[in-house]
Design a protein around this ligand. Sequence first.
Ligand code: GAR
Length: 214
Amino acid sequence: MPSIPPQNQAQTPARLVVLVSGAGTNLQALIDATNNPDFGARIIAVGADRDGIEGLDRAERHGIDTFVLPVSDFPDRVDWDIALADQVAEHAPDLVVLAGFMKLTGPAFLALFGGRTVNTHPALSPSFPGMHGPRDALEYGVKVTGATLFVVDAGVDTGPIVAQVVVPVLPDDDESTLHERIKLSERQMLVDWVGRMAREGYTLDGRTITFGDS
Ligand code: GAR
């Protein structure tokens, strides 16, 4: 399974393609981090499944290439997935980061980028997968929730876990206040662990990710 090879540790900055669907605050955290040459990665392109979103504006303000592929421009999801894979491949990424990308990638995408695509999810996997992690956690009545960074596989938020952060649920939380608190920790987690993947390299063995040569 492809990965950033441990033997190439930080020789050249890893090439990141980031996919977004909305506000792009996680993208912004990565943009800020990659401004430091010691971070070990740079963002080559930002892609989206819709136009007119702040995530794309953030990329454009920082001079990063963008592309937009709405599902509605294609006959079906299969064709969209193939087009997404092709478009991402043009940028030759080492790592693809789904940062608030609200679409499932499909077989064509995973054939090219399986093992080197990570996603961040606003819940503690395996609890509350899907589009409404904070709302589902709140409705269930959990006292802690959080965020999960994982390597994307064919399931919904089921891939090997890279990192998790725990966030308390407060008595007067609504979906919005809880999600915003999660996102504070989520952004730091994303930057910390994507940076580590880029700098140290990693290998995947089943559900276990190992950094560097160890
Ligand atoms: C993040 O909390 C991310 O985990 C979530 O969308 C938010 C995007 O925020 N993604 C999902 O729920 C995917 N299942 P942002 O656009 O401000 O980075």
